[in-house]
Design a protein around this ligand. Structure first.
Ligand code: UDX
Length: 446
């Protein structure tokens, strides 16, 4: 009989994983400790914008007309422990308040609550991004806690999903990585992931520390790639080069690859920034901080890009934001997401606002979250309204909607036709033809 699965934590990762596992044919029981989340998910809805996820929930959540009924939700750990053969722990691991390290309190609490109810053999699978060494510690803790004793095993199985592509990335991952200690754990995970593996997804089996490190290493590499191209953008600015052409040209080298070479206001979101900081903190604890000193530079280049966007805007405003109107296109940390966590767009908008500029922001999906975290900024219901009367327009999240904007129409409502493309994603020639000065980061002015 197919193993029964549970998912603990129904945030981005957990909600998507639960729905994807139901799609693969498993019976799934998902738990969260927040009643509002459970209520929403039981109705087939999600508290964030993620293309395709609500459709998948509608297809599988029990009680929804026409669904397979394979996916249910609960708040009860005892029910989860009783139900599941494999428990996926998907709670979040935010950055600690005021320091670089990773806050493990949600993972620890989930393991404690689950562990003490495990009266029958089960595999607990950690999916959260954790500092290396956590799985070792948690395996020892589970052995102490679980009434089933040695019948309970732990595995680590990092997740690489991108926001905006969460469903696709979960159902068709690039690779599946499992850190295990025993053959039984590996066999169970092979059963769970049989479909993607049959479709050709590589299945990498390793130990606990390596599996934990794969995730932080992957995110650190991606962050490094972005900061590298942003450093090249600074050089291009100084030397009169064009970073977009440079990225295209180096990207044809297969060893380098064309992806993640878009220069601009840099990376943000709930993963990349906090993961590289937590990685540095952990390396320090392990006494190998030297190995990751370059990540400090990756972080500071990234933050510098935000400052540079502010300076470009200031220059366009004649050296001072006071009395100037700034229209900001974008608030989410990237397109196809409503997530504003550590968003470069919102950070730049906020800096200009705090320096006296009159900022109006519009984002296709991120407005509610942006209003919540930065209520003092001005907001508009459309791109056209956001730029009305603006002395300068900043393009900071590369939504398709912004690429399709009519440069001439916007030109009629602004005070001055000045555009700063902080994402190198708009067609400068079109904007220039409509009478705008188009300025992109790391590109020639003319
Ligand atoms: C990332 C990883 O890609 C994913 O594998 C991991 O599981 C979680 O973290 P995500 O945070 O959803 O996913 O965003 P991603 O698409 O990686 O983009 C991260 C940030 O980098 C965004 O702010 C994006 O705008 C920025 N970025 C990306 C650039 O500035 N330039 C690029 O060329 C690519």
């Amino acid at each position: 009989m197919a193993p029964k699965l549970t998912v603990i934590g129904t945030g981005y990762l957990g909600a998507t994983h639960a729905a994807a596992m139901a799609e693969l044919g498993f019976e799934v029981l998902a738990l969260d400790v927040v009643p509002e989340k459970i209520e929403l998910l039981t109705a087939g809805r999600v508290p964030m914008y993620e293309p395709g996820l609500e459709e998948l929930l509608a297809k599988h959540v029990a009680g929804i007309e026409g669904s397979t009924g394979r996916l249910r939700f609960t708040m009860d750990y005892a029910e989860v422990a009783e139900f599941g053969d494999v428990h996926f722990v998907c709670v979040n691991t935010p950055q600690k308040h005021g320091e670089y390290g990773c806050d493990m309190s949600f993972v620890d609490a989930a393991m404690e609550s689950l562990g003490k109810h495990l009266t029958r053999p089960a595999l607990v699978v950690g999916k959260s991004t954790v500092p290396v060494g956590s799985a070792d510690r948690l395996a020892a803790r589970l052995a102490e806690l679980a009434p089933a004793g040695e019948g309970v095993e732990l595995a680590w199985n990092p997740e690489f999903l991108r926001e905006g592509f969460a469903v696709q990335d979960t159902l068709h991952p690039d690779r599946i990585v499992v850190g295990v200690r025993g053959e039984r754990a590996e066999a169970l995970l092979r059963e769970v992931y049989a479909t993607p593996v049959a479709e050709g997804t590589p299945f990498v089996v390793t130990d606990y520390p390596t599996s934990e490190l794969v995730k932080t290493a992957a995110n650190s590499f991606l962050a490094t790639k972005i900061s590298f191209i942003n450093a090249m953008a600074e050089i291009c600015e100084a030397a009169g080069g064009d970073v977009a052409k440079l990225a295209e040209a180096i990207g044809y080298d297969e060893r380098i690859g064309a992806k993640f070479l878009r220069a601009g206001v840099g990376f943000g979101g709930g993963c990349l920034p906090k993961d590289i900081r937590a990685f540095m903190a952990r390396a320090g604890e392990l006494g190998v901080d030297q190995a990751l000193t370059f990540l400090r530079e990756v972080d500071s280049i990234n933050m510098r890009q935000r400052g540079q966007a502010v300076e470009l805007a200031r220059e366009a405003c004649g050296g001072d934001f006071l009395g100037k109107r700034i229209g900001v296109l974008g608030a989410a940390f990237k397109p196809d997401s409503d997530d504003v966590r550590d968003s470069p767009a919102l950070n730049v908008a906020g800096q200009i606002h705090l320096q006296g500029g009159q900022v109006t922001v519009y984002d296709p999906k991120g407005m509610a979250n942006a209003r919540r975290v930065f209520p003092t900024l001005g907001y508009a219901e459309s791109a056209l309204e956001a730029v009305r009367g603006a002395d300068v327009v900043l393009h900071l999240t590369e939504w398709r909607e912004f690429r399709e904007l009519d440069a001439a129409e916007l030109g009629r409502v602004v005070s001055r036709r000045q555009l700063i493309d902080g994402r190198n994603a708009l067609d400068g020639s079109v904007w220039r033809a409509a009478g705008w000065t188009y300025r992109a980061m790391g590109r020639p002015r003319a």
